[in-house]
Each structure stands twice: as C-alpha cells, then as structure tokens.
Design a protein around this ligand. Structure first.
Ligand code: HEC
Ligand code: HEC
Length: 302
C-alpha cells in the first residue's frame, strides 16, 4: 500500500492511505485547508502585531506612571503584601485582587476608604465566616498593612489604566470645580447633546464608585449600546441593521425587517456606526481642567 507523509504547516504529519485518486483529492483538500488556515494564521499574526503596536504607547505610558506609584506606597510593602496576598487571599479574591469566588477588592468601597489597613484589618482578623470570608486571627498588623498597601497600589494602577495622560490620583480627580463642570457639560463639552443630568445620568455617582465612574466617563464600554451597519451589495441593494457578527470573513446583521442576514465580507461595502465613537473622540477634546471639572460635576449627581 502506498503511503506518503507530508508535513503540514504546523509541523504535524498526516498520511494519505487511500487509492491514488482518492489520495490525491484528499491531499488536495488538506492542502487547500492548510493554505486557508495559513492565511487565517497570517491574518491573526497581522492582528497580533497590529494590537501590539497599538498597545505599545499605552504600555510605555504605563511604565512611566509605574515609577510614580512607587513614591506613593513603599515598593517593599507592596511586594511583601503581594506575596502575602497571593498565598492567603488570592484563591478567593484573585491573584490581582480583582475578584474570583470572593468579591473584587480593588473596587471595594471598604478598601477604597481604608487607610493603611484600618478597615481591612478588622475584616481579615474577624472574617465574615457566615458569608464565606474566613478569619485570619493570627495575621500581624504589619502584614495586614502590607496587604493593604498592595490593594491600594492595585487600585491606583487600575485608575491609571483608564489611559489618562499624566498622574491622576483619585484625590486629585476630585479637586475640580463642579460649577464649571456643569457649564462644560451643557456647553462646549457637548455632553448634553446625548446625556441629561436629570435623565440618564441622574444619580450616576450613586451608581458607580468614583474609580468606576471616572473610567465610564472616559471609556464607556456599554453592552446595551450596539453598533449598527449599512451593507451595500454589488447589485446596489442596501441593508441596514444591528451589527451582530463581524470578523475578517463575514458580516452579519439583524436587519430592520427583523431577519438575520450575513454576507462574505469581501462581497459587500460596509459602513459601521458606533454610538460610542463620538464619545471616544471627545477624549482628545478634554483639557486637564475640563476633565477634573466634569468629573466633579458628575460626582455631585447623587
Ligand atoms: C475562602 C475564601 C476567602 C479567602 C481565602 C479570603 N477571603 Fe476575603 N472575602 C471572601 C468573601 C466571600 C467575602 C465577602 C463577604 C461578604 O459578603 O461580606 C470577602 C470579603 C473581604 C473583604 C471585604 C470587602 C468588602 O467590600 O466589604 C476584604 C477586605 C477581604 N475579604 C480581604 C481578604 C484578605 C486580605 C484575605 C487574605 C488574608 C482574604 N480576604 C481571604 C472570601 C475570602
Ligand atoms: C454623541 C453622544 C454622546 C456624547 C456627546 C457624550 N456621550 Fe457619554 N455616552 C454616550 C453613550 C451612547 C454612552 C453609553 C450609554 C450606556 O452605557 O447605556 C455614554 C456613556 C457615558 C457615561 C456612562 C454612563 C453609564 O450609565 O454607564 C458617562 C458617565 C458619560 N457618557 C459621560 C459623558 C460626558 C461627561 C460627556 C461630555 C464630555 C459625554 N458623555 C458625551 C454618548 C455620548
């Protein structure tokens, strides 16, 4: 029997153990599949490179800010705290403190109001045994304040990862002028075109912690707001609707008549409307002062 081995593009081997004509066809199909997969991988690689390039300035900016962090909490305390946290708490609260089976501590109001472990200590010492938080009665106060340093450090890193320029600590974020913020909101900022302080943003400061609100204000990542698209076919037919699927090869819409339709990406002309796009464009229009002021204004909407 005729047997040939052929390395595929992943270096795996497959054999074609059929009659010559079937074998030929099978190998032809396999090769086509490989070529296609290779193309896909090529695309994926392209995407990865693109994303890396896109993230590079952000990563660099993160690096720069990182040196600012160290001045705030002693780096030794943060490191010690991280080690303690990893071995005692990470199982439930996640290695970065952002939650697993236990709650997110980086965004916990209790942690954000804690100073040097003064509130965390009690929870750790007593536990909340009935709610799944064990007691760590043997933990020393300095160990708790090291873990607190780690958690505060994590909160600060999370705050900075909102891609703001410069060093914004929460305290500094709250030094803006709410009256000027309101003027900006209603006027030059253009926020009032889409939002209302008594409508959709009423009580917004009660809905989110300051950290979260600040991030939402700059980078809303709503799942309730979807992109829409207009697809124009080669014969000139147009379809408009809610964008449901989009990848390199296909595009799928829930059209206005309620039907789902999809097309190969290369067969259509595509126009995408992202309601959050206008929001992201605003980023470049904010000055430092605007940012502080409008945030102070939103914080006053309780
Ligand atoms: C076995 C799982 C588990 C472990 C281990 C654990 N926790 Fe918790 N922790 C919880 C749960 C569950 C809650 C929520 C309790 C509640 O609902 O009040 C919690 C709550 C907390 C809170 C209060 C958060 C808030 O917003 O009120 C803090 C602070 C905390 N844990 C810190 C720690 C630290 C520090 C450690 C390690 C020394 C630790 N936890 C280990 C499960 C755990
Ligand atoms: C072109 C319309 C538009 C403009 C202008 C606009 N936004 Fe938004 N904004 C949106 C949309 C859409 C969302 C997502 C709404 C949602 O999450 O349901 C959003 C979300 C938000 C959120 C989060 C709301 C929430 O409940 O999660 C905040 C805060 C916010 N915007 C603040 C502002 C501020 C401040 C300005 C002015 C500087 C502004 N927006 C300008 C459209 C706009």
């Amino acid at each position: 029997m005729f047997r040939r081995e052929k390395p595929d593009s992943q270096g795996r081997r497959h054999s074609c153990k059929q009659t010559p004509s079937r074998r030929l066809r099978a190998c032809f199909l396999a090769t086509r599949k490989e070529a296609w997969e290779g193309r896909r991988r090529g695309h994926a690689l392209g995407w990865h490179l693109f994303c890396i390039l896109l993230c590079f300035p952000v990563l660099m900016a993160g690096q720069k800010r990182h040196t600012v962090e160290i001045a705030v909490e002693s780096q030794t305390a943060v490191d010690e705290g991280q080690a303690l946290f990893k071995s005692n708490c990470a199982f439930c609260h996640g290695p970065d403190g952002k939650g697993a089976s236990g709650p997110d501590l980086v965004r916990s109001p209790l942690v954000s109001h804690d100073v040097n472990g003064n509130l965390i200590a009690q929870v750790v010492h007593d536990g909340r045994v009935d709610k799944g938080m064990p007691s760590f009665a043997a933990m020393k106060p300095e160990q708790i304040s090291e873990m607190a340093a780690f958690l505060h450090h994590q909160a600060r890193v999370a705050l900075h990862s909102s891609h703001l320029e410069g060093d914004y600590s929460l305290a500094r974020m709250l030094t803006g002028n709410a009256v000027e913020g309101k003027a900006f909101f209603d006027g030059t900022g253009g926020c009032a075109q889409c939002h209302s302080a008594t409508g959709d943003l009423a009580g917004i400061a009660k809905k989110y912690l300051p950290l979260e609100l600040q991030r939402k204000m700059i980078y809303p990542n709503s799942t309730s707001v979807s992109k829409t698209a207009v697809v124009t076919l080669k014969d000139g037919n147009r379809f408009e609707g809610k964008l449901l699927d989009q990848d390199e090869f296909n595009i799928g819409l829930i059209c206005q008549d309620g039907w789902y339709r999809s097309w190969p990406r290369e067969d259509v002309q595509l126009e995408i409307h992202d309601p959050l796009e206008a929001h992201r464009r605003l980023l470049s229009q904010y000055t430092d002062a605007d940012l502080h002021n409008v945030f102070a204004y939103l914080e006053s909407l309780k």
